[in-house]
Design a protein around this ligand. Structure first.
Ligand code: GLC
Length: 825
């Protein structure tokens, strides 16, 4: 379903010719502009092919283009966009004979050429071209099957990142791929589509000095595709099997920076809310921990071995024959007792809840769903039945507000029993072949979901599964999230989802599904998770150790290190694999795994601060190097390192048997090794030692990173004093965020932000009054070659402890009133 690729010169004529054959099932462009009108904030163009195109400035750095092939736009409705976030601003419009200029003064400038076919160019406030249509075939559609496609010119050297969850290398130039949420367990690197659809990318041209970032979001829920120059490096295209060509371009503002692009994209599609602190601790899962006594034993072992952990997951076997919202009477005879015992040990518990509701007229959930009329119906009007874990199931239509409300209410029972969080799986939606089927099912088989003509309510815009498939999982996570908010408004929910669409960050954390216990899959986690992050989804993680297959002791230990500072940290393993807890391999491995998880807990105050920032401005905790260093061409393709915030650089070992690795230190900052305080110049590459026990970790010179002592779970955080680690030899200010760790009082001011500034005169602290938060107890300056001659706190000499082997100077603070700490050489 793509346009033929004529040469640029011949293309316009060829496509114009196509317009004159309306009966042919073929691509056509929308033709030349026949009329221009204002409609509220939009400028609307009618075209020769009978199409309509509306251009709306959303803000001084965002424009929306919506093309409706048949000319009459349907209701303006989007699951991705936060209601009201695309209302737009009033533009300045100049309508000339051959073109229309649409501007926000001093900022975005959109040029719409009227002839020979409508085409669009977008400029930033400095009149630099952001992105322009391929004039040969700017916007096209196929009237016969409803497909739409846009084509843009691609400057040589422009790279693309984001696109949510795609198991491909870091940058997506000259790649092509599709979006259709698919239960693609064991997905081979380079394959797809897998579980999520996020048709958003950030472009950056490093050769242009890094002032050229922009973003594009294609808001279309149908099966969609992107070709980022695979067929022709001079152009890229995107399109879908139906719907409008509805897309947003983000210019990146005056700085043309990736961070601005993401800020604007998340202003449109929403930001990941601050999770409860416990959800940032270490999480242990398995398919499945059963029976009850086993779960209790796992929890006890963590505490006995003093390996910190916060969450235990119960996979499908906790249920009674996989009926959701039930417990197995044989394996979990007293779930409430188990849950209260686990709570007593400082654990939170998350249960899996799949969408399939077993068809069984003795099952209360099914009966209530059927009576409430919330299940999906097929094209013939019958309740859709398909096989999943429990056998034949019915499926809630999560695009129906009534079904979402019903679904949300079901969690009341689980909350009353003591379950803390919920894991929504199989929500692509995934179905199994009929029991008697003899047709082999392949990984990306179309039969693995509902048939395309199944009916959905579409929140008042009814449509088929072909239209709503890609939002099913997101609307399920939304129903869960909204239900939890309603049932327990004072607590922050943890919802984990496998499927999603753009905007999923508003409702859930995301994990990358059924990966494999291989070094190759470990390496894939960095490009996958960082690309998810820059696609607006801050709370992401991959199953540690790889879901399918049993990792070697070394692979698990390295995987845990690689994952330990990723936002969502969970070990999970498939039913037919060997046991997998941090202690499974004993001896040296157990000791190292324990230390690795301890590192997570030491750095939790920093990770928490990053989530607060992410809620405020959309900047994700996990960042690819290019995101912070868009002018450093050497950072552009680094796919085996990542940044946590802007201050920590992680270079995990992801090759069997390696005990050293090459690290690239991004240009513009110097980097101090976390473990020994050695200094590394920005813009250089170096081999660093990485024995099995060591995760290569660096802190940006000038940064101040809050740490806490090792605790066993986040319930102990309140009384754990902070030590602020300050990387010597750079100037800068860092902010440290604190609040109660759960609830919403922080939105009414119950939080504080500590500012630490490193300058030539020393270290300045601005510590606001403490209203029950973790107190600041010490500073630790890392990267000093020798002990200073003298340390002064607010002008008074004090004693400090220097450790030459780690180049760390420990300075205990007498209280939080300290304003300045100075070192004399
Ligand atoms: C799916 C999930 C996996 C889970 C399993 C059983 O494969 O992706 O995480 O363990 O189902 O529920």
């Amino acid at each position: 379903m793509r346009l033929p690729r004529p040469t640029t010169a011949g293309a316009a004529l060829l496509l114009l010719a196509a317009i004159s054959q309306p009966a042919a099932a073929a691509w056509q462009t929308i033709g030349e502009v026949t009329r221009v009108e204002r409609a509220g904030n939009a400028v609307v163009f009618a075209t020769a092919a009978g199409s309509a195109l509306a251009v709306t400035l959303i803000s001084p750095s965002v424009v929306r283009v919506r093309m409706t092939p048949a000319g009459k736009p349907a209701a303006d409705f989007s699951y991705a966009v936060v209601p009201g976030a695309n209302a737009g601003i009033s533009p300045v419009v100049v309508d000339a004979a051959d073109r229309v200029d649409i501007r926000a003064s001093g900022a975005i400038h959109v040029v719409v050429e009227k002839k020979p076919v409508l085409s669009i160019r977008i400029y930033d406030g400095n009149e630099h071209l952001v992105v322009g249509d391929d004039p040969a075939r700017p916007l096209a559609f196929d009237a016969a099957d409803g497909a739409v496609e846009a084509t843009k010119l691609r400057p040589d050297g422009e790279l693309y990142y984001g696109f949510g969850e795609v198991p491909l290398p870091l940058a997506r130039q000259q790649q092509s791929f599709a979006f259709w949420n698919t239960d693609a367990g064991n997905y081979p690197p380079g394959s797809g589509p897998i579980y999520q659809t996020i048709p958003f990318f950030i472009a950056n041209d490093f050769r242009a000095g890094g002032r050229s970032a922009y973003g594009l979001f294609f808001d279309n829920t149908w099966r969609s595709h992107f070709d980022m120059g695979a067929r022709d490096p001079a152009r890229y295209s995107f399109g879908a099997a139906g719907g409008d060509l509805d897309y947003y371009v983000f210019t990146g503002g005056t700085e043309r920076s990736p961070a601005n692009v993401l800020r604007d994209y998340t202003a449109l599609t929403g930001r990941g809310p601050l999770p409860p602190l416990w959800a940032l601790g270490y999480q242990q899962s398995r398919y499945s921990y059963t029976p009850q006594a086993k779960v209790e034993e796992i929890a006890r072992t963590f505490r006995e071995k003093e390996i910190p952990a916060d969450v235990i997951y119960l996979d499908i076997d906790y249920m009674d024959a996989y009926r959701i919202f039930t417990w197995s009477p044989t394996n979990f005879p007293d779930a409430r007792k188990m849950l209260s015992l686990l709570h007593g040990e400082g654990f939170h518990v998350v249960t899996i809840v799949d969408p399939g509701v077993k068809v069984d007229d003795k099952y209360a959930v099914y009966n209530s769903g059927r009576d409430a009329g919330v299940f999906v119906h097929d094209a013939g009007g019958n309740e859709l039945h398909a096989r999943v874990w429990p056998g034949i199931c019915a499926f809630p239509d999560f695009t129906d507000p009534k079904a979402r409300a019903w679904w949300g209410g079901l969690y009341a029972k689980s909350l009353a029993e003591g379950v803390d969080g919920f894991w929504n799986d199989m929500n692509e939606p995934a179905t199994f072949p009929a029991e008697d089927s003899t047709v082999p099912v392949t990984m990306f088989d179309a039969s693995k979901t509902f048939s395309l003509d199944v009916k959905h309510a579409g929140d008042g815009s009814p449509g088929t599964h072909a239209r709503y498939h890609n939002v099913y999982g997101m609307q399920m996570a939304r129903a869960t999230n909204e239900g939890l908010h309603k049932l327990r408004p004072e607590q922050r929910p943890l919802v984990l989802t496998r499927a999603g669409f753009a905007g999923i960050q508003r409702y859930a954390a995301v994990w990358t599904g059924d990966n494999i216990a291989s070094w190759e899959h470990l390496a894939l986690t960095v490009p996958m998770l960082t690309n998810m992050s820059v696609s607006g989804v801050p709370f992401v993680g991959a199953d540690v150790g790889g879901f399918n297959g049993t990792p070697s002791a070394e692979l698990y230990t390295r995987w845990l290190q690689a994952a330990v500072l990723t936002p969502f940290l969970r070990t999970h393993s498939a039913i037919d694999t060997e046991q997998r807890e941090p202690w499974t391999w004993g001896g040296e491995f157990e000791r190292i795994n324990k230390e690795t998880i301890e590192l997570r807990y030491r750095l939790l105050p920093y990770i928490y601060t990053l989530f607060a920032q992410s809620e405020a401005d959309g900047t994700p905790p996990l960042r690819p190097l290019w995101f912070e260093y868009p002018r450093d061409a050497k950072a552009a393709l680094v796919d085996d390192q990542y940044l946590v915030g802007k201050d920590l650089l992680v270079a995990p070992v992801m090759q069997a048997g390696s005990t050293k690795r090459r690290v690239y230190f991004p240009k513009g900052d110097d980097w101090i090794a976390w473990w020994d305080g050695s200094r590394h110049d920005g813009g250089t590459s170096e081999f660093v030692a990485a024995p099995l026990a060591r995760l290569p970790l660096f802190v940006r010179a000038g940064a101040s990173v809050p740490t806490e002592p090792v605790i066993q779970h986040t319930g102990e955080a309140k009384n754990a004093p902070l030590t602020i680690v300050i990387a010597h030899g750079g100037n800068g200010a860092s902010r440290i965020y604190e609040d109660a760790g759960d609830g919403y009082a922080y939105r009414k001011g119950a939080s504080r932000t500590i500012v630490v500034t490193q300058g030539d005169a020393g270290i300045e602290l601005a510590i606001p009054a403490n209203r029950g938060f973790q107190r600041v107890a010490a500073l630790e300056i890392v990267g000093l070659d020798a002990a200073p001659r003298e340390v002064k706190i607010d002008g008074k000499p004090t004693t400090a402890r220097f450790d030459a082997s780690t180049r760390r100077l420990h300075i205990a603070l007498p209280n939080e009133a300290v304003k300045r700490v100075a070192l004399a050489k």
